[in-house]
Every structure is written in C-alpha cells, then in structure tokens.
Design a binder for this molecule. Structure first.
Ligand SMILES: C[S@@+](CC[C@H](N)C(=O)[O-])C[C@H]1O[C@@H](n2cnc3c(N)ncnc32)[C@H](O)[C@@H]1O
Length: 181
C-alpha cells in the first residue's frame, strides 16, 4: 500500500509535472527558432491536401511538423511517403507514437532544424512558419528544391517567390499559398 502511494506521488507529483515542464520549455524555444507551435485545424488541412492534388508514392516533407497531423493525414489519405521534421523533441516523439498507433507505413519524424534539412528530392514541401523564417528560408528553397516541387506555405506568403505562385486558398485568417518551382 505504501509502495503504491509512493508510486502515485512519484507519477503525479514528479514525472507528469516534469514532462509538462519539458514540453513548455520546448514551446518557448521554438518561438525563437522559426515559429510557435500552433497546429493547423483538421478541416483546413483537408482543404490544403485536396488543393495539393497529391499522388500515391510522392515524397512529402513537412518543415516544422508539430504533432505530425498534416504528414499523417497526407500519408493516410493519399499514400505519399511522408517525412516530418521539427526541433520540438516532445512533439516528434508524440508524432511517432500517433503514427504507430495509426499503423502508418512510409512515415518518418525526425528531430531536425529546418535550416539544416536537405530539401532535395521532395515532390511536396509543406510548412506553417513565421514570415521572418520564410524570408530566411527562401534562398535555400530556391537552391535545393527540384524543378516541379510544390511548396505549400500555410499562413503567410513567401516574399521573393511571387513568380512561382500558382494558387492561393483565401481565408479570413491564414490563407494558404501554393508555389510550383
Ligand atoms: C505553426 S507550427 C505548425 C505545426 C504543423 N506544421 C501544423 O501545421 O499543424 C510551427 C512548427 O515549427 C516548429 N519549428 C519552429 N522552428 C523550427 C526550426 N528551426 N526547425 C524545425 N522546426 C521548427 C515548431 O516546433 C512548430 O511545431
């Protein structure tokens, strides 16, 4: 009985608050590295993926994948080979857990900074990042993406990418910009 009580105190008094604290620290860190963690709603993701006209077997990359919901939906519904990267370590572990629970194949979540991610060999790149981050990323996208890559920026336009703009999904808050390189 005493052991059980100690276990309860350990879990609720120490382990769970510690996990929340680690999660919170990462949420603060990512505010300064690219974008705060703000997940895209399921309904909007469905609109975006429909607009992307994804095909089975295409290579999909999500820069700053959060809880992996966009990548998981793209893999589940359209059969793409999905990769999500994020520097928020708890969210990457959570994404892996959800992908495993959904029994998804051809899906990978990596702990990685988007500025050091190799962007070559992807058919579709999806992101929801701050304008300042998109501005810094612009030259890298242009240099590394193959011709024909579809770059989808949710929320904000990529300055300097106007010549590649093909579609805008308009919304009151957070439109989505589709660029074809
Ligand atoms: C606005 S959220 C978008 C999450 C997800 N893409 C979605 O649409 O639901 C931005 C994500 O970018 C991640 N992030 C911020 N800076 C990053 C960086 N330098 N490298 C990788 N990921 C980063 C954050 O941790 C966060 O999960």
């Amino acid at each position: 009985m005493i052991l059980f009580l100690y276990l309860i105190i350990l879990v609720f008094g120490f382990i769970i608050p510690l996990l929340f604290a680690i999660y919170g620290v990462f949420c603060i860190i990512v505010d300064f590295t690219g974008a705060p963690y703000v997940p895209t709603s399921q309904k909007i993701l469905e609109e975006i993926l429909e607009g992307a006209k994804l095909k089975k077997g295409q290579q999909w990359l999500e820069l700053g994948s959060g809880d992996g919901r966009a990548t998981r939906l793209a893999v589940r519904r359209y059969g793409v080979a999905g990769t999500g990267i994020d520097i928020h370590i708890p969210l990457i572990f959570y994404s892996r857990l959800l992908a495993r629970l959904q029994n998804l194949k051809n899906i990978h979540f990596r702990i990685q900074n988007l500025f050091s991610t190799d962007l070559r060999n992807y058919d579709v790149i999806f992101m929801f990042l701050l304008p300042v981050t998109l501005k810094k990323l612009c030259a890298k996208l242009e240099k590394e993406c193959s011709k024909g890559t579809l770059v989808i920026s949710h929320g904000f336009r990529i300055l300097g990418f106007e010549k590649y703009l093909v579609i805008v999904q308009k919304r009151k808050l957070f439109p989505t910009y589709f660029y074809k390189l």
